[in-house]
Design a protein around this ligand. Structure first.
Ligand code: KG4
Ligand code: ZN
Length: 348
């Protein structure tokens, strides 16, 4: 099957072409620089930028794949969750293309696609998603932080999610307090590698809580008060590196601790992680160590597929079509709040 997919749920405009489970092209146009001056994603700007970029990105993906539009057999797009106006651009464009080409359309759940992303760059090659079920998956980005029990390819149960800020948001907001550019996650990752992670003690919210939920706003607030009370530290590069390492250690302790606790409790054999924050080197290393110690298999999304991309949308859509999931109506609406594991909301 030959399929074109779009992803426009947040600030990456992406198109991918997949054929028979293989990724032929994945083009991502990131808007990070556009939103940097505002210190976060501005929804209306994101939507306008998707509108400007989606066609060139789609053309580039088709060209890289050496595929003509008339050869496509299906079109997929993210239907939700995400920023409503941003989602709308990808969804309506995909539906229009499916209508014009008279091929089926599939609206994909963004988080379900993240669950699939550790399998895009096969490690080992062609390893099958289903061979690793049941597993516990950590989806961790600027917009979401959640633990999911993947019982089988089509059965998911959200174990917990953040009750306030996402982990990526915590990286970005504490980075701002430390005077670092947006998005601060990758900068903190780099500076932390030269800092002392036990120099400062920050809270590990909900680490020992019985639930699988997360909370990061208290950690951000404690950094805010600490910096307010010790402004002189920000002028000292070494202290800033120590602050980065200490904040990162607190976030990673919570993410790793809660993921492993859920995996042990549920008796799964495998843990996976995806989303922008799963690029974090300390998180990847610590998850690796913890999984080895608990004899769990760990599958991490390849760094190029951690952040939002259309290849995860396309590969999942193709699997769904092959599994017999019915193509969606061309009138489907966006579903910005669609919960993972629920049936797709039907058009009004
Ligand atoms: O998945 P993503 O591109 O977009 C969504 O938020 O959906 O994730 C972006 C987030 C940002 O908060 C960014 O700071 C964070 O991922 N991030 C990182 C790293 N790379 C990206 N956080 C920590 N360490 C990194 N290396
Ligand atoms: Zn995402």
């Amino acid at each position: 099957m030959l399929l074109l997919a779009f992803e426009t749920s947040c600030d990456e405009t992406s198109a991918a072409v997949v054929r028979d489970g293989t990724l032929l092209a994945n083009v991502v146009s990131s808007q990070v620089r556009l939103h940097a001056e505002y210190g976060g994603v501005v929804p209306e700007l994101a939507a306008r930028e998707h509108l400007r970029n989606l066609l060139p990105v789609a053309r580039a993906a088709l060209q890289q794949a050496g595929v003509r539009p008339a050869e496509l057999q299906a079109i997929a797009a993210t239907r939700g969750p995400g920023l409503p106006t941003a989602l709308l651009v990808g969804l309506r464009s995909a539906q229009a293309a499916a209508f014009a080409l008279r091929v089926p359309f599939l609206g994909i759940h963004h988080h379900e696609a993240h669950l699939f992303s550790p399998w895009i760059a096969g490690q080992p090659p062609r390893a099958d998603f289903t061979d690793f079920a049941p597993h516990v998956s950590l989806i961790v980005s600027g917009g979401h932080t959640m633990l999911v029990h993947v019982e089988s390819e089509s059965r998911y149960r959200v174990l917990g999610s953040t009750v306030d800020d996402a982990a990526g948001e915590c990286f970005d907001k504490t980075g701002k307090l430390l005077g670092l550019p947006y998005p601060a996650g990758p900068v903190i990752d780099r500076l932390a590698s030269e800092g002392n992670p036990v120099a400062f003690d920050f809270p590990r919210p909900l680490l020992h809580d019985a639930s699988d939920d997360f909370s990061f706003s208290g950690l951000k607030t404690s950094v805010r008060y600490f910096v307010r009370d010790h402004p002189e530290l920000l002028a000292d590069g070494r202290q800033v590196r120590d602050l980065c390492a200490s904040v990162q250690r607190a976030i990673v302790d919570v993410l790793v601790g809660k993921t492993l606790k859920a995996a042990r409790r549920l008796g799964v054999r495998c843990v996976t992680a995806s989303g922008g924050v799963s690029c974090n080197r300390e998180l990847r290393r610590r998850l690796g160590e913890a999984c080895t110690a608990s004899r769990l298999t760990l599958r991490l999304a390849d760094p190029q597929f951690c952040t939002d991309n259309a290849s995860m949308i396309g590969l999942l859509a193709e699997r769904q079509l092959l599994r017999g999931v019915k193509a969606a109506s061309l009138d489907e609406e966006i579903a910005p709040q669609w919960s993972l594991g629920e049936a797709p909301p039907s058009p009004r």
